[in-house]
Design a binder for this molecule. Structure first.
Ligand code: AMP
Length: 572
């Protein structure tokens, strides 16, 4: 059987990366611009023109309404965005990024990848995982497995030295999600002991805080307020992200943005930013405590705190960690590369890659899974919607558990099980995954039993079997909710629709990215600088129109240098 090429993909909120297992090691694959990280950004124009990655990100400033970023935060929800008249789901947008990464692999190896390991935040719930898998399918990739990001990072970290390790903590703060995992390595087995997190906390939230802070410091925001809402938001968050990065290597930085030709600046000190970010930093604590408690590991026995995710570069986060753990975290793994490298190691493991024979990995279910049931109290009153856990969080996967339930009313004709993921006793506070109805023979209350079996696989996906021993009746549900079922049918249609979008050919990627960058710069400045950029743009455009490769290369170099020069003089 030919299996086709299997790659490892980190589909991140901010950036994505792809790696392959090659010659006994994981290897990152550069994109058309020679970079190992591709911004998770998609931009469309009328007529089906599409940009993915760096160029799309640059179009965020100039065409915010036609550009999407951070769509990973919408995965598993029914939200859509309409870009240049085309409605896109978060899966569609992710599929565009995945396809572009597959193109990069094909360009490097000459072979089109047909299958992928895709990483997801450990704390992604079932719906978010299914949406991720669907994104892979839309991109034409057979998603062999979803693995948790901190687990992938732990693999990359652990494989670097291959020694046995006491439990260590992987602290993964990305653009939009936060995960904590406690991992141990012993005789080639990488064992995740517990995971916890917050799938709505990341660098993006620190940007929001910074925007709020900057707005209190800018005297006159009239020029900003006159912008359309999406544009105002794009201008402010881009400026915030730049400032936040600058604050990672300096005590203070200027938050600068341009609105209607007017440059607005707020001077931000580390102290002010850290005060404003206090509530976010507090939210980092709970998952750490919960993960440690779940696997009964004492914080003092942790051998290392491994940092993953771009947002762990923020000094405010590092300081909080140092306070929390009483020691400095370990920054030896590359925070942006570790996850993709780990995914490629997993790809190597699944395809029997040489050099990996002795490695095995075990992971856990990060959420509790169970059903909503009714119970009757001592006064005979029914209480609906009480969560009955079947698989407790942080149980090693794969796992299969059975629970027996009994009928509650006399002559009951059916039993309805709603399936939930979460920790709350009141099921309404958990994520509903699906519903199963089983007919039962009418008997006095409590006489008929129903067995519910949950099987949770290594990708973190659930299957439910129900049996009524008295009648021999069985029901099976690979958990899909209604919403999910509808979109599942759509996969093929979506793939075809997206294939119609005209993504710029790879050999034009440099030019396309430079054009988008120059246009962003043009809008970002006023006066003389703007004129100079305009002249550079005209010349470059002229060269492109003539289609003379030498002329284009010269003009590209000229414009690139000009923009570098301008950037190096900009206050950030
Ligand atoms: P990831 O999702 O792992 O790619 O992380 C992306 C997040 O890391 C974004 O919120 C970035 O703003 C943030 N980030 C990357 N580099 C830095 C830096 N030097 N300082 C502060 N934040 C950074």
């Amino acid at each position: 059987m030919t299996t086709g090429m299997l790659v490892g993909i980190d589909l991140g909120t901010t950036n994505s990366a792809v790696a392959v297992w090659k010659d006994g090691a994981p290897q990152l694959v550069p994109n058309a611009l020679g970079k190992e990280l591709t911004p998770s950004a998609v931009s469309l124009a009328k007529g089906g023109q599409a940009w993915v990655g760096e160029a799309a990100l640059d179009r965020m400033a100039t065409h915010p309404g036609d550009t999407a970023t951070s769509f990973k935060r919408m995965m598993g929800t029914a939200s859509t965005v309409t870009l240049a008249g085309t409605t896109m789901t978060p899966e569609d947008l992710s599929a565009m990024v995945l396809r572009s990464l597959a193109d990069d692999v094909e360009a490097m190896t000459g072979e089109r990848p047909t299958a992928a390991i895709i990483t997801v935040p450990a704390y992604f719930n079932e719906r978010q995982r299914r949406a991720t898998r669907r994104a892979g399918e839309i991109a034409g990739l057979d998603v062999r497995r979803l693995i948790n990001e901190p687990t992938a990072a732990a693999l990359a970290f652990g494989l670097a030295d291959r020694g046995d390790r006491e439990p260590f903590l992987v602290f993964d703060l990305g653009g939009g999600t936060f995960d904590v995992s406690i991992v141990e390595m012993f005789e080639g087995i990488v064992e995740v002991r517990a995971s916890a997190g917050d799938n709505r906390l990341g660098g993006d939230d620190f940007d929001e805080v910074l925007v709020k802070l900057a707005l209190t410091l800018i005297d006159d925001t009239a020029a900003l307020d006159a912008l359309p809402a999406d544009r105002r938001h794009a201008v402010l968050t881009l400026a915030a992200e730049r400032t936040r990065r600058a604050l990672s290597s300096a005590q203070e930085a200027d938050f600068t943005c341009v609105a209607q030709g007017q440059s607005l600046t707020a001077h931000i000190t580390t102290e002010a930013f850290e005060n404003a970010a206090g509530p976010l930093v507090k939210r980092l604590r709970d998952p750490v405590i919960r993960a440690l408690r779940d696997c009964h590991v004492d914080v003092r026995t942790l051998s290392d705190i491994v940092l993953v995710g771009g947002a762990t570069r923020m000094p405010v986060v590092r300081k909080a960690l140092t306070r929390m753990f009483g020691r400095f975290p370990n920054a030896t793994v590359h925070p942006d590369h570790a996850v993709a490298l780990g995914a490629a190691i997993q790809a190597g493991l699944l395809s029997g890659g040489q050099g990996l024979e002795e490695i095995r990995i075990t992971d856990v279910a990060p959420f509790t899974l169970g059903v909503g049931t009714a119970t009757r109290d001592q006064h005979g009153r029914y209480h609906d919607d009480i969560f009955a856990p079947i698989i407790e969080r942080n149980t090693p996967v794969p796992v299969s558990r059975m629970e027996r339930f009994r009928t509650l009313a006399d002559n009951q004709r059916q039993v309805v099980f709603s399936i939930y993921q979460g920790e709350a006793r009141d099921v309404k506070k958990n994520v509903k995954l699906g519903k199963l109805t089983v007919p039962v023979p009418p008997r006095p209350a409590g006489e008929v039993s129903v067995d519910v079996r949950f099987t949770y696989d290594t990708s973190g996906l659930l299957e439910v079997d129900v049996a009524v021993p008295m009648t021999g009746m069985t029901r099976n549900l690979v958990v899909v909710d209604e919403e999910d079922r509808r979109t599942q049918k759509d996969v093929e249609a979506r793939r075809k629709a997206l294939e119609k979008l005209k993504v710029h050919p790879r050999d034009e990627a440099d030019n396309v990215a430079l054009l988008a960058r120059a246009e962003r710069a043009y809008e970002g400045f006023t006066g003389q600088v703007r004129d100079i950029i305009g002249a550079g743009l005209t010349e470059f455009q002229g060269a492109l129109d003539k289609q003379d490769p030498r002329l284009i290369a010269d003009a590209r170099q000229g414009l690139g240098q000009l923009l570098d020069q301008i950037d190096s003089h900009s206050p950030l």
